[in-house]
Design a protein around this ligand. Structure first.
Ligand SMILES: Cc1cc2nc3c(=O)[nH]c(=O)nc-3n(C[C@H](O)[C@H](O)[C@H](O)COP(=O)(O)O)c2cc1C
Length: 126
């Protein structure tokens, strides 16, 4: 089993969700021999927000070769590869002001990639 463990709290030693996810992983290790865990700490190291250049690069046709777009998806490619390499996702997050923390939303925006983590279903009926 390959787990991607995400912590999204900005807090450190007093964080309830970090304690919970650590205990969860600790117990899982006892049950699953050879467990492989990748830890991604978006609470302490938030991914960048997507930008105009990011959207342009992410939605450019595959054969579109624009040097100015080179490197724009660097973070996104790395985070997406990390997500695709796992078979189990553990997200430990507080709720902040009736929603998820901005750092976790930034991570989601970086990993939602067409034909990589989701596919658009085309409707050919009209
Ligand atoms: C800025 C802030 C906003 C919060 N907003 C909410 C909220 O809208 N709803 C809720 O149920 N809890 C809210 N909480 C409480 C946290 O979600 C809760 O204490 C959580 O366990 C904190 O996790 P952590 O200790 O890992 O940071 C908020 C806490 C903070 C610091």
């Amino acid at each position: 089993m390959k787990v991607l463990h995400i912590d999204a709290s900005p807090r450190t030693v007093r964080s309830v969700t970090r304690k919970l996810s650590a205990v969860f992983i600790q117990n899982l290790r006892l049950k699953v021999p050879g467990l492989h865990v990748t830890h991604r700490d978006v609470g302490h190291h938030p991914p960048p927000f997507i930008s105009d250049a990011w959207v342009g690069a992410a939605f450019a046709p595959a054969d579109h070769d624009d040097p100015s777009m080179k490197g724009v998806l660097h973070h996104s490619d790395a985070l997406t590869a990390e997500l695709l390499a796992c078979d189990t996702l553990l997200i430990a997050t507080p709720m902040h002001n009736f929603s998820i923390p901005a750092c976790l939303k930034a991570w989601i925006d970086q990993v939602v990639r067409t034909d990589m983590t989701f596919k658009l279903k085309r409707n050919n009926s009209n």
